[in-house]
Write a protein that binds this ligand. Structure first.
Ligand SMILES: NC(=O)C1=CN([C@@H]2O[C@H](COP(=O)(O)OP(=O)(O)OC[C@H]3O[C@@H](n4cnc5c(N)ncnc54)[C@H](O)[C@@H]3O)[C@@H](O)[C@H]2O)C=CC1
Ligand SMILES: O=C(O)[C@@H]1CCC=N1
Length: 272
């Protein structure tokens, strides 16, 4: 089977992460093409990845087996409506936009369009991405495999039976890298306040995050048990964890993730 031609409409942060990750997984540059309304964005991608680009989204619509929509949610309607209704036969649409429903996409792209809605995240750039996927009934088994193989080239993916769970995936893993970056930022600031040089605090905090995540992913016990194993009775970690608990960290995380999912649902209504 010949490899599918995959086109990215919107060549920003997320497209760059996905393209970079796919190229590291032996996807050929000749099978990737990207379009962006900003010529400088196209030039940057050509320089970085040696892939073809265009400022005309319709070029991709005619040529690509898979069209991956990676523009901001607020411009998605205009981008979709401007695409020609006659596109490459058997084409699969993958949208990675937060808060844009499959019903809206189908309204804008044409009834019966095969659509996979996906929520990836930026660590895809390093092959460490996670994605949630939802397919409309028009998506064939072969197209599901096509979508899965694209996202699995840059990490792991999970299929969802209900579209609304994409908002929950957004709250956990789509937006999740920012939560960890924010925590690491706070740990660096606190480490510096405790007297460490900033670059030392940064290295310690970053590699602690990397080590903890790697250990948890490969552990046969759950993260709560791993946490308990760091906490010596009446020791130092216990004091820190008790401070997190008494100051309401679990509730804060719950509130933040609920706010994230609520915003995704709100966007689906606003941008329908
Ligand atoms: N940044 C992230 O961590 C994640 C983002 N997403 C979703 O990915 C999508 C893209 O987000 P980012 O990459 O962060 O945004 P971005 O702003 O970095 O990239 C969007 C690109 O689209 C281009 N664009 C705007 N109008 C266009 C048009 N009419 N035709 C072609 N290109 C056009 C812009 O010039 C820009 O380069 C969003 O819908 C977002 O919800 C999903 C998961 C994670
Ligand atoms: O903040 C956003 O809206 C996008 C979706 C998930 C991550 N970034």
């Amino acid at each position: 089977m010949t490899a599918p031609v995959i086109g990215f409409i919107g060549a920003g942060n997320m497209a760059t992460s996905l393209i970079g990750g796919m190229l590291q997984k032996n996807v050929k540059p000749a099978n990737l093409i990207a379009s962006d309304s900003k010529p400088e964005q196209c030039a940057a991608l050509e320089r970085q990845f040696q892939i073809r680009t265009s400022t005309d989204n319709a070029v991709l619509a005619a040529e690509c087996d898979v069209l991956l929509l990676a523009v901001k949610p607020q411009v998605m309607q205009d981008v979709c409506r401007a695409l020609p209704r006659e596109r490459k036969p058997g084409q699969l649409i993958i949208s990675i936009a937060a808060g844009i429903s499959c019903v809206s996409l189908e309204n804008w792209l044409g009834a019966g369009t095969a659509i996979v809605r996906c929520m990836p995240n930026t660590p895809s750039l390093r092959g460490q991405g996670v994605s949630g996927l939802y397919a409309t009934p028009a998506v064939s088994e072969a197209q599901r495999e096509q979508a899965e193989s694209i996202l699995n080239a840059v990490g792991i993916s999970v299929w969802l039976d209900e579209e609304k769970l994409i908002d929950a995936v957004t709250a956990v893993s789509g937006s999740g890298p920012a939560y960890f970056f924010y925590l690491i930022e706070a740990m660096i600031d606190a480490g510096e306040k405790l007297g460490l040089p900033r670059d030392t605090a940064e290295r310690l905090a970053l590699f602690t995050g990397l080590g903890a995540a790697d250990m948890a992913v490969h552990s046969d016990v759950d993260v709560a048990e791993l946490r308990r194993r760091v906490c010596s009775p009446n020791g130092t970690t216990e004091r820190a964890i008790e401070t997190f608990r008494s100051q309401g960290l679990p509730k804060m995380v719950d509130d933040a993730m609920q706010a994230c999912a609520d915003r995704a649902a709100e966007m689906s209504r606003e941008l329908a």
